[in-house]
Design a protein around this ligand. Sequence first.
Ligand SMILES: [Zn+2]
Length: 192
Amino acid sequence: METQDETFGRRIDGKSELDEALDRWHHKAELRFGPVKHLMTHPGENKPPNVEKWDRRFLDAAQLFSYWSKDTSTKVGAVIVDPHRRIVATGYNGFARGVDDTMERLEKRELKYEMIIHAEDNALLFAQRDVSLCALYTYPFMPCSRCAAKIIQAGISRVVSFESMEPRWLESFKLSMEMFKEAGVNLTLYSL
Ligand SMILES: [Zn+2]
């Protein structure tokens, strides 16, 4: 019978449910972003990781932290999660501690860009620990190229965010994608 053959085939293949779930996810990621060089796994887990459910949870958390930003135009949140799904650090875009975030400064775009720390950068700074093999979640869009470089250098293995067509950042996002791909950082983007 077909079902039995399938089961038999699976046994011969020697693949566990976890392997299969990872394969499916791997395949899905590949369809979107080309070959995936690095895939975060959770050693010791005996259940297939429900990747999308956990991604959704941490993206929700990133969204929550984005609201803490005082930036009047763009509010971004970031969450760093270790391979055991524990939140290591959070961040949102804002000025450095103790620096006055006055309306006057926030409303002058050029001045603001010179002073502001991006959410991802803040999360990396707050972590104050080794974040290699951790995942980084950002809302509402993926890291800019400058943050991407720091994320790669910090050893983050996976970045999860939402697709964005924000014209001001499009070139930067393209560059981030290129860098993540070259450096072997897995990138998963969901549609909002
Ligand atoms: Zn950035």
